[in-house]
Design a protein around this ligand. Structure first.
Ligand code: FES
Length: 580
């Protein structure tokens, strides 16, 4: 049951798809004729709300392996609700397979989604994604297209288990890889873990980037209640797909558009939720970009605001103990948001047509260990801290809740890697001059330099230190870090090194001061010396002579601006296509 205003009797308003299907003349004849070419009858699609189902399924996007079946459920529900459904494939960004990084292609997916929606005879859209960049990419494009849309997250994979231990995708990959490199587990055990790590279709089951972004999509009001934590393999996910298909038809009838749902309050709610779940640092970039498309200007300071005020109540890896299936059984993402209600603006609107508060009325919490009471948080450390200082004049971020506490305030000497290749070649060199007090610094990994800001920010611990039991060190880069990872990693340093930011000037042996409580990151080198280095610095040569990469390099914005393309930011209307 939706909260839309009751429909008035009388002739229905014209729909966008009428321009293609309900017009006179040769073009409309051709549109209808081509639909009938595949067996549809006129009455199946003419005069019906036409719903696009944007599906990011592919054989190499294994988190989305069930999305063709779910698309069938969505489409069947659309038809039962009186609509017509058309499935459209969209760029599938399987986080693990796509190189050098899916972040290089998030904006390409956003462009594709926007133009798919705009160029086709659609009245409303169901977006189907979940694996990391697919959520922001699809939503950014759909916001800009401006038609009614609803998001259907792929849902997390089932809980992992290996030799009696609950294991999380990503989190335990890195943890056991360190153990493997340190000689603590055998080759046979490492191979066995590979077979056991992921049990079903679905996105990473930790509160990594995928779960963070789907949870934020739900908090923004862009999904049905409880969607984010519904496991891909649970029958509830099929019912969710059916309900989503039915709802988009109602949204079209009510003309409920993204501009009616998204507001500064909904983005403020999403930032609160990010803190409450110990979410991925990647969300800072994606949420900024999504907000930009909705005309809401977020800055890094907006992300710092809830720190210290919002309790981290989701006991989920990598910060805590549990996984997304546990969250589903504990009450789900809507149960979590209900508990968080005192910190949320419950008047914010949602795709249900109701306020966020109204959608949470029936939510319940069944396990206070997974969804902690507000007065019993998982940790007192914030999920996110925004730092500035002489090493990051435009800001950077760290995730204190997933770092070793004593490293949050640290003064150490830099061990500098000029590129990822340089790091890979030397990190395990027995002669590398490094100890546990060192600060590992990686350059050339930002939005322009990476290119695409790969998740290289969780630099590996040098093998000789791993063998001595060291599991965390201060690491600094202009890269991102997987939301599933753990560590005292300072990320998104801006301006990035490829643009000549202070990070580009750091040399081996320089002292660096990380003061997380004071929100500072400083390079302790005097200004005269830095000026000499700056004068000698030369920018790296262009990475791409042609193609998408060249366009990316020419237009990519900085991390604090959300890494959107400059020409995609903003809300200036784009004209509907002419139909000739
Ligand atoms: Fe797809 Fe993590 S690899 S969500």
């Amino acid at each position: 049951m939706s909260g839309d205003a009751p429909k008035r009797p009388g002739p229905r308003p014209a729909r966008r798809s009428d321009r293609w299907f309900a017009a006179e003349g040769m073009r409309a004849f051709a549109h209808r004729s081509r639909m009938q070419q595949v067996g549809w009858r006129r009455e199946d699609f003419v005069g019906k709300p036409v719903i696009g189902v944007l599906n990011t399924w592919s054989d190499l996007s294994t988190c989305h392996s069930h999305l063709r079946e779910r698309a069938a459920s969505v489409k069947a529900a659309v038809v039962r609700a009186g609509g017509f459904a058309a499935e459209l494939p969209a760029l599938s960004l399987g986080e693990v397979m796509v190189k050098p990084t899916t972040m290089l292609y998030r904006n390409l997916l956003a462009m594709e989604a926007e133009e798919l929606i705009r160029s086709h005879p659609l009245d409303g859209v169901v977006l189907m994604g979940g694996c990391d960049k697919t959520t922001p990419g699809l939503i950014m494009g759909a916001i800009s297209a401006g038609l009614p849309f609803i998001y259907l997250p792929a849902g997390p994979t089932l809980n992992g288990s290996w030799r009696g231990e609950k294991i999380g995708t990503g989190t335990h990959t890195r943890r056991y890889f360190d153990a493997y490199r340190a000689g603590e587990i055998s080759q046979a055990e490492w191979d066995d873990l590979e077979r056991s790590m992921v049990r079903s279709a679905g996105t990473c089951n930790t509160m990594g980037t995928a779960s963070t972004m789907t949870l934020l999509a739900e908090t923004l009001g862009l999904t049905l209640p409880g969607a984010a934590a519904t496991p891909a393999a649970d029958s509830a996910h099929i019912r969710l797909a059916e309900a989503t298909g039915a709802r988009i038809v109602e949204m079209v009838e009510a003309d409920l558009r993204p501009a009616d749902v998204l507001s500064p309050a909904s983005f403020a709610n999403a930032i609160v939720a990010l803190h409450a779940v110990g979410g991925s640092t990647n969300a800072v970039i994606h949420l900024t970009a999504m907000a930009g498309r909705a005309g809401v200007a977020l800055t890094l300071a907006d992300f710092e605001r809830p720190a210290g005020k919002t309790p981290l109540i989701a006991d989920l890896m990598p910060t805590g103990r549990f996984l997304m299936e546990d969250l589903f059984l504990a009450g789900g993402s809507n149960g979590l948001l209900k508990r968080l209600s005192p910190h949320l603006d419950l008047a914010a609107r949602t795709v249900s047509g109701r306020s966020l508060g109204e959608t949470l009325a029936d939510a319940r919490i069944d396990d206070d260990e997974v969804i902690r009471p507000l007065d019993r948080p998982v940790t007192s450390e914030p999920a996110l801290a925004v730092l500035t200082g002489s090493l990051a004049p435009e800001g950077c971020v760290i995730k204190p809740s997933a770092a070793t506490p004593h490293l949050l305030t640290h003064r150490g000497r830099a061990v500098v890697f000029e590129s990822f290749a340089d790091m890979a070649a030397r990190i395990d060199d027995p002669d590398l001059a490094v100890d546990e007090t060192s600060v590992l610094v990686l350059k050339g990994a930002g939005p322009l330099g990476g290119p695409g800001m790969p998740e290289w920010g969780g630099l590996p611990i040098p093998r000789k230190l791993l063998e001595r039991g060291v599991r965390d060190m201060v690491r600094i880069s202009d890269a991102r870090m997987s939301g599933t990872h753990f560590g005292a990693c300072v990320l998104h340093v801006a301006p990035e090194s490829a643009l000549g930011g202070p990070l580009a000037l750091v040399r081996d042996g320089d002292e660096i001061l990380l003061d997380t409580p004071g929100r500072r990151l400083d390079l302790l080198v005097d200004e005269d010396e830095l000026a000499r280095r700056r004068a000698a610095w030369t920018p790296p040569p262009p990475r791409f002579a042609r193609g998408y990469g060249a366009m990316f390099s020419a237009h990519i914005q900085s991390a604090p601006r959300g890494c959107d393309f400059d020409f995609l930011e903003g809300v200036a209307p784009t004209a509907e296509p002419d139909i000739y």
